[in-house]
Each structure stands twice: as structure tokens, then as C-alpha cells.
Design a protein around this ligand. Structure first.
Ligand code: MRU
Length: 352
């Protein structure tokens, strides 16, 4: 057996407050921020204090629970109307990761299912629901790890893009969860982490958490992936997802698509690891995924330093869509989906 991976404390519910590790300050400083109201949590999601699809879902649920605590007394209808307003505010933070909307829908459904109870009891039930979403995420990450690690062999080098680790979830990770599970099973995996411009989640966050866990990691610039694939230095690609369409198209961090194209060119398996909550059965293809456009300053600057001429035009889509035909397998907590995805995804969702 290999080493045991401790969870990263990405987010926590403590004494009716939400504690979030400020990812904007990593890797140089480990600072935890405390949030006492839902507006603060909404700002934290929007401002990338916490990011990564499953972590955003957990933060949204905890934000709703904080918001519910402040609603006060009255009828259920008035309570629910305020709850919807809270959910709408949190929903407006980031558009692409479906886990955000999945968690909000779950919180609303939970309130409705308990509408005949006293309001203070409903608030307690909503807190428990948020904590349930948190612990289920850790559990499903561990299952993703167990299911996915079978695809990795001792000694492999795996390329990952962005951060789909403990920091992007309640604490274990999806794509990195697979690597952690392989390491826990005694396999030595070397990770290559793409820098992931413009926000550098790979260089800053993936490298930080892999080092913290004592795993071997090499950071490369995004432009180097093809070179290393051509040299035979990469055995597999493993990434997370922000939204998976019913046909298996995968929306993930900008740059994922080009890595998938390169992997296909070099006949390297391209794996996606994600919980079932990342699958959006309501959309038939990746064309329907809303792609977040972020501040141009993320492209024009690195940190506080401007790297472009002033006033130059830039584009900054934060996600792209990898067509299902480039995806070798989708690893979930319920099992590994293989092509044709319309069938294997429906099977895993129980809608086949
Ligand atoms: O903009 P971010 O940092 O929230 O984007 C994160 C990603 O694209 C991750 O790969 C994805 O959310 C999966 S996290 C398990």
C-alpha cells in the first residue's frame, strides 16, 4: 500500500459560519476567510476565493444555509420567496459549472419538501442538507478515485490541466483524486501540470497541493504539452469538468480542448473525472454550455504587471468544450463511462 492522503481544508462549516481557504493567495500564503452572510459567499465564488465545480456547489449550498439563517419569521411562502432571492443571487456568480445550479436546486427542493415544518426547523434542515452535500462530495471523490485509479499503472506520467484536486472540491479531488487513489494503492505517478493561463490554477494550485501531498509534480507552460507528448513523455491526460452534456461533450477550463486534440494526435488516452452532479442531462451537447467570459485584465496582466500594450483588444473565455469523440472515458463515482456516451451516461444516471 502507498501513502494516505489527508483532505485539503478547502471549505468548512463551523459555528454557523463558512470558512474558506483563500485560493487567490496560494501558493504563497494559506489564509482562511470567514463568511457570516450569503452575500460574502457569493462574492467569494465570483471573485475566485473558492473555485472548481464541486467546491462552488458546496459553497453555494453553505451560502444558502447562511442566508436561510437570516430570513426571520413569517409564513412559509414569504420564507421561500426570500430563499429564492438568495439562490438567484448565488446563481448569478458564475455560469459554467453546473454543480452550482445543481446544489441550489437541491437546497430549494429540500425547503419545499419540508414546507409544513416550523421555519426554524427548515433552516436547521437546510444546514444539514448543505453539510450533506459537503460530505457526499468527499465520498464521491473517493469513489471516483477508486474507479479511476485502475486505469493508471505504476510509473506513469499523467498530464493534468487547471486544478481538479482537493482545492476544487470539498477536499479530496476528482482528476487529482484519481492520482491520490493510485498513490494510496502504491502506484508511483508523476504528474505534469499545465500552468493554465490566464489564472494559472495549474502552476499555483495543482503544484501546491501535489507538493503538499508529497507527490512528484513538474509544471510546464501550456505551450509545451505537444512537445512532451511527441517525445513520449506523457502516458495519459486526466482532467476534471465543469459541465458534461448528455452526449459526453465536456466543458472544462480553457485550454482543455487543445490538450485533448494533442492527446488524440499522439494516441494518448484522455480521461475526464467528475461526479455525477457535473453531468447536465438537460443539455444534449456542449454547444449549449454557457461559457463564462472573465475580466480582460486576467489576460493583459500577470499578477499586477501588465504584459500587453495598453488598450489592446483581448478575449478571455474561461472554459472550452471538448467534443465527446476526443474523450477516452469519463470516470464517475458510479462507474466509468465509455463511448457511446449518450448510452453510458444515461445508464449511470438511471435514465436509460
Ligand atoms: O475557473 P475555475 O478555476 O473554477 O475552473 C476550474 C476547472 O475548470 C476545473 O477543471 C473543474 O471545475 C473541475 S474541478 C474538480
Amino acid at each position: 500500500m502507498g501513502i494516505h492522503m489527508d483532505l485539503i481544508k478547502t471549505i468548512e462549516w463551523k459555528d454557523d459560519k463558512v470558512i474558506i481557504l483563500d485560493q487567490r493567495r496560494l501558493p504563497n500564503e494559506e489564509v482562511y476567510n470567514t463568511y457570516e452572510d450569503y452575500l460574502g459567499v457569493a462574492q467569494a465564488i465570483h471573485g475566485m476565493v473558492i473555485r472548481g465545480a464541486p467546491a462552488i456547489g458546496v459553497a453555494a449550498a453553505m451560502g444558502v444555509a447562511l442566508g436561510a439563517m437570516g430570513i426571520g419569521v413569517g409564513t412559509f411562502d414569504a420564507y421561500y420567496e426570500k430563499l429564492i432571492a438568495i439562490c438567484n443571487r448565488i446563481a448569478s456568480t458564475r455560469p459554467t459549472a453546473v454543480n452550482l445550479f445543481w446544489a441550489l436546486d437541491r437546497m430549494k427542493a429540500c425547503a419545499l419538501a419540508n414546507k409544513d415544518r416550523p421555519l426554524n426547523q427548515i433552516t436547521e434542515i437546510l444546514k444539514a442538507e448543505a453539510l450533506g452535500i459537503y460530505s457526499e462530495d468527499i465520498e464521491s471523490n473517493r469513489m471516483i478515485g477508486r474507479n479511476g485509479q485502475k486505469l493508471l499503472r505504476d510509473g506513469m506520467t499523467v498530464l493534468t490541466h487547471c486544478n481538479a484536486g482537493g482545492l476544487a472540491t470539498a477536499g479530496y479531488g476528482t482528476a487529482l483524486g484519481v492520482i491520490y487513489a493510485a498513490s494510496e494503492a502504491g502506484k508511483r505517478i508523476h504528474v505534469m501540470a499545465d500552468e493554465t493561463r490566464p489564472r494559472l490554477q495549474g502552476a499555483k494550485l495543482t503544484a501546491w497541493e501535489l507538493q503538499k501531498h508529497g507527490l512528484q509534480v513538474t509544471v510546464i507552460a501550456d505551450t509545451m504539452a505537444g512537445h512532451f507528448m511527441k517525445k513520449g513523455k506523457i502516458d495519459a491526460v486526466l482532467v476534471g469538468a465543469d459541465r458534461i452534456a448528455a452526449n459526453g461533450d465536456v466543458a472544462n477550463k480553457i485550454g482543455t480542448y487543445q490538450v485533448a486534440v494533442l492527446a488524440a494526435r499522439h494516441k494518448i488516452p484522455f480521461y475526464v473525472a467528475a461526479p455525477v452532479s457535473t453531468i447536465d442531462p438537460k443539455i444534449s451537447s456542449g454547444e449549449e454550455v454557457p461559457i463564462e467570459e472573465r475580466d480582460p485584465q486576467e489576460v493583459t496582466h500577470i499578477g499586477s504587471i501588465q504584459i500587453t500594450p495598453k488598450y489592446v483588444k483581448v478575449e478571455n473565455p474561461s472554459f472550452d468544450v471538448t467534443p465527446a469523440e476526443l474523450v477516452t472515458a469519463i470516470i464517475t463515482e458510479r462507474g466509468v463511462c465509455e463511448p457511446p456516451y449518450a448510452e453510458s451516461i444515461a445508464q449511470i444516471l438511471g435514465t436509460a
